[in-house]
Design a protein. Structure first.
Length: 202
């Protein structure tokens, strides 16, 4: 039953005002490793994701392994394509970085092609993805990380309604919904969120 529920979730496209989001299947992620153009052709889209570098290959391999071992949790392991509505252009990807923890927290990560940054697309996509995330089983809140010098990503999170809750030496951590707790500073040598990835680009 749980697997059937997640299959239904994975069949949904999410819609914003400027963008729509397509969940990538196991086959899509395998194609992204070898030939990202196949994904664009499969969904009749313009443009394509970049061929993954060594770091991205490792991330994709981890995601693939999780999707194979826990298919009922696929929505938390895969990427969603971010697509521009009018011209069906692939803009980037967005995804969760694992199933909710015991507190109901998931982390979101995203990236957008440089030529499409600071045009409202990422804010639009993150808003739709955040609203969707809070409807998923076990999810109560969503967090995101940015480096302190990533002004574009900071603006995206602020516009989407995320609140900065944690400040460390080189990063900020944000949360949605914003009203749960107040911001706190990292104690010297201590970072309770040190397993989070800094991969958000907007």
């Amino acid at each position: 039953m749980e697997l059937e529920i997640h299959r239904g979730i994975m069949s949904k496209r999410l819609h914003g005002t400027l963008t729509y989001l397509i969940p990538l299947t196991l086959q899509d992620l395998e194609d992204q490793l070898i030939n990202p153009q196949k994904i664009a052709k499969r969904y009749q889209l313009n443009g394509a994701l970049e061929t993954p570098d060594e770091h991205m290959i490792k991330i994709l391999e981890i995601k693939l392994a999780k999707m194979k071992s826990e298919p009922e949790q696929a929505v938390f392991s895969t990427y969603f394509l971010i697509v521009e509505k009018d011209h069906h252009e692939i803009l980037g990807t967005i995804g969760y970085k694992g199933a909710p923890d015991e507190d109901g927290t998931i982390e979101v990560g995203y990236g957008i092609r440089p030529s499409f940054r600071e045009k409202g697309y990422m804010t639009d996509a993150l808003k739709a993805f955040t609203e969707f995330g809070l409807t998923l089983p076990g999810v109560k809140k969503i967090v995101a990380c940015t480096s302190k010098d990533n002004a574009a990503s900071i603006r995206v999170l602020e516009k989407t309604g995320y609140k900065r809750i944690y400040t460390a030496q080189d990063l900020y951590v944000w949360r949605f919904p914003a009203h749960l707790h107040t911001e706190f500073e990292a104690e010297p040598g201590h970072n309770p969120l040190n397993q989070m990835e800094l991969s958000n680009e907007a």
